[in-house]
Design a protein around this ligand. Structure first.
Ligand code: GLU
Length: 458
């Protein structure tokens, strides 16, 4: 399960994830002077947002009402796709933001899906397994035909896993007997149509994206992970697998953190020791031979690569000036605010954005969906090979878009002057062009070209 580090917001910065997503989108449209305002409006708004309030008989004998959301942002490039998260801070706006990020992520990774996301506001730490099963079944039955193998396909996200997806599948299958319903949800257990390699797919995608950016000389003095000092925030599915995969490539993981705080050992940490300590105490904090640090300190440690792999809104206007990593690779969705993006860009710290870096999860979800449709199961090597190909290609596409935009910037500015009166854009193109804006522009262009080719119905 993913952890939620609490870092106090010491400025009045707006941390609403939906506002963050809108600002990121607006920034990208600054590079697209010819994108029609109608399309901008279309892409900014979710196609459908559903909120369900449902009662659950909890194991302690009480009845509790939970609030769940499912947002379908876009189906332009294919069925909506996106995870389902269980967390006390889930809100309609957070789910709206996450759904739009899925649209752009699927387009960057070039998988034929649109974007969607779901969430239930609940605290899994205070619920037992039977409660979570009841919540999942009731939530999925409330959604009814708003999800489906060719319309909107859930997957794991924060605090949900293969077991949760098995309940999602079972509930949907009970309500829709007589067809192959396996592709209605991805991230399922291996023996219920899951794909080899899905559990570690997000982390493996992060590895491949990181290798591809290092390979492209994004850091003048580092072309591989061997010998790199790495800091990981978050000890959930993504953080733990990134630890393992980066270690295998010769990186030193010098610090990690969970919701209780962080631990540091400049000589490098040992995963088995952390896991044993966490099993005994419930946290990474306090492991023998490590220095205890706060989550704020964790993010600000000097290192080669910082991987925020917990929740959104972690790198912000207040701490961005103190981030001392050479490179930030976003394992979580939305960990960096737009203000922090600008500060890091000015300071020359590249950020590999979530919609590229953590796309490995949805790429292997796509593989799972294809396998389910064909009633096949691929072996692990095939999944790795195909994931490597897609992540490397996506990373190269984003890097190429960044140089293209950088080169065309004077022409873009000129075009903007001409079109601005007709199509006002809220943000002028930023300099330097960040990888996030490049990824957005690539994604928007891909979605726009399909939207235009399909036409607006009727
Ligand atoms: N929850 C993951 C994400 O944010 C995976 C989504 C999926 O596989 O559909 O990318």
């Amino acid at each position: 399960m993913s952890e939620s580090p609490e870092i106090p917001n010491t400025t009045d910065e707006d941390l609403n994830p939906y506002h963050m997503a809108q600002t990121q989108f607006d920034r990208a449209t600054g590079y697209l002077p010819h994108l029609k305002t109608g399309l901008i409006d279309f892409f900014k708004r979710p196609r459908r947002a559903i909120t369900v309030e449902f009662p659950v008989l909890t194991e302690d004998g009480g009845v509790r009402v939970f609030t769940g959301h499912r947002v379908l942002h876009s189906r332009v490039r294919g069925p909506g796709k996106g995870g389902l998260r269980y967390h006390p801070d889930v809100t309609a706006d957070e789910v709206r933001a996450l759904a739009s990020w899925m649209t752009w992520k699927c387009a960057v990774a070039d998988v034929p899906f649109g974007g969607a996301k779901g969430g239930v506001a609940c605290n899994p730490k205070e619920l037992d397994e039977a409660d979570l099963r009841h919540i999942t079944r009731r939530y999925i039955s409330e959604l009814g035909d708003f999800i489906g193998p060719h319309t909107d396909i859930p997957a794991p996200d924060v605090n949900t896993n293969a077991q949760t997806m098995a309940w999602v599948y079972d509930t949907y299958d009970a309500l829709h007997p007589g067809s192959n319903n396996l592709p209605v949800v991805t991230g399922k257990p291996l023996d219920i149509g899951g794909s080899q390699g899905r559990e570690e797919a997000t982390a493996r995608g992060i590895l491949y994206a990181t290798q591809a950016v290092l390979d492209s000389q994004i850091l003048p003095e580092r072309s591989s992970l061997a010998g790199a000092d790495v800091v990981i925030q978050g000890w959930g599915n993504v953080g733990t697998h990134v630890f393992e995969l980066f270690r295998e490539e010769g990186a030193r993981i010098i610090a990690v953190g969970d919701s209780q705080g962080g631990i540091l050992n400049k000589e490098g940490l040992d995963k088995a020791e952390i896991e044993e300590h966490r099993r005994d105490t419930g946290t990474v904090v306090g492991l023998n031979g490590t220095i205890t640090i706060t989550n704020e300190q964790l993010l600000e440690l000097p290192c080669d690569i910082l991987v925020p792999a917990a929740l959104g809104g972690q790198i912000r206007r207040d701490n961005a000036p103190r981030i001392s990593a050479e490179l930030v690779v976003e394992g979580a969705n939305g960990p960096t605010t737009p203000s922090a993006d600008s500060i890091l860009a000015e300071r020359g710290i590249p950020v590999v954005p979530d919609i590229l870096a953590n796309a490995g999860g949805v790429v292997v979800s796509y593989f799972e969906w294809v396998q389910n449709t064909e009633n096949e199961q691929w072996d692990l090597e095939e999944v790795h090979r195909k994931l490597h190909l897609r992540m490397t290609r996506a990373t190269h596409d984003v890097l190429a878009k960044q140089s293209e935009l950088q080169q065309r910037l004077p022409a873009i500015r000129e075009a903007l002057e001409e079109t601005r009166s007709k199509h006002p854009v809220p943000e002028v193109p930023h300099q330097p062009v960040t990888l996030r804006s490049a990824a957005y522009v690539l994604a928007i262009e891909r979605v726009a070209s399909v939207a235009l080719a399909r036409g607006i119905w009727p």
